[in-house]
Design a binder for this molecule. Sequence first.
Ligand code: NDP
Ligand code: MG
Length: 379
Amino acid sequence: MKKVALLGSTGSIGVSTLDVISAFPDKFKVVALAANSNIELVKKQIELFRPEIVSISNHDSASKLRELCPDTRILSGEEGLIEIAATADYDIFLGAMVGFSGLPPTIEAIKRGKRIALANKETLVVAGSIITRLVKQYNAELIPVDSEHSAIFQCLIGEKTEFIRKLVLTASGGPFLNRPKDSFSSITLKEALNHPNWKMGNKITIDSATMMNKGLEIIEAFWLFDLPAEKISAVIHPQSVIHSMVEFCDGSIKAQLSNPDMKLPIQYALAYPDRLNMRFTDTNLPLIQNLSFFEPDFDKFECLKLAFDALQTGGSSPCILNAANEVAVARFLNGEIVFSAIPGIIKKSLDNLPAETNPSLDDIIECDRKTRSFASQIF
Ligand code: NDP
Ligand code: MG
């Protein structure tokens, strides 16, 4: 029986993780949950899973939840997340929070040498060099939950790094794959939130529409698989059936396929190196019929190009990219800017803010803060 701490339990990944855990009650047990403010859902999760400890980042929501669930230990604020990561009795830390806020608790979990099942890609984007160094130092285990990285992780089992020619991350292309760029300024929130293949949280859904999501994933892959940036590529594959591929020096390409359902990579990250019977989805290839591939259009999807450039520049550039993107996406979701303004805000932030070559954790935190302040004032 593996004990799981789930941070971000009310989100799309969090809810899918609880579905997987419910399907295997003899294998996994929830010991800790955390969310930001959705206490109605957390209350239901407490009743179903009986965690020992819960953290709610929003202080007012935490106070209300303490009244609703007087028998559960409920922490609050960023300190609460860190306390869970640093002290709760778990085997697996599943990081499913969105954005930079996932970084501090993930570091605490790594320092305890735990298995980190990581969905929160922003953690690796902003602090990949620190995270990978700490994982080695504390003998922790980093297992990707992001479907592309789970696919590559699976394709690499039994293979030697020296034989890898390139990693090929697949991208659906999002809802605007076939929409002309000159109409991007009139894209509505509803259109941008309508992803063709995946049902996800709002932030990552907008990232998929701008294709920044693939850019963040290229950086995530760089840190996870320790390969030169030139060996990491992206291809458009609108069906989202091949989750990613690895091409080897002999020309052989390995791929991992399944219906698009995050419960599979979540289940794999929880059970690895075992495989559990799938109870949620069945991949029927004759029904899928066609798998197609295209080159990504870097002119149309500027965010993808900005992410490749930030990875090449290195240092704290990916942190600037991520913070500016988080701010721009939040501003688009609030109706403050148009969709087509998102890449411009990120580019101006990268052009104007200095990037440290070898940032410490404090430098990263300061870089994130400064970039947020800068990016929230640009039009
Ligand atoms: P959601 O927006 O659906 O969920 C985010 C979760 O994080 C919610 O539980 C939210 O709580 C919680 N949260 C946000 N801020 C804080 C905070 N400050 N303190 C505590 N909890 C917080 O996101 P997704 O589930 O879609 O994505 C989560 C992560 O997984 C992201 O990094 C995303 O890129 C990655 N990912 C997601 C995939 C998907 O299919 N959804 C696929 C691959 C990766 P509350 O509900 O209370 O606001
Ligand atoms: Mg992904």
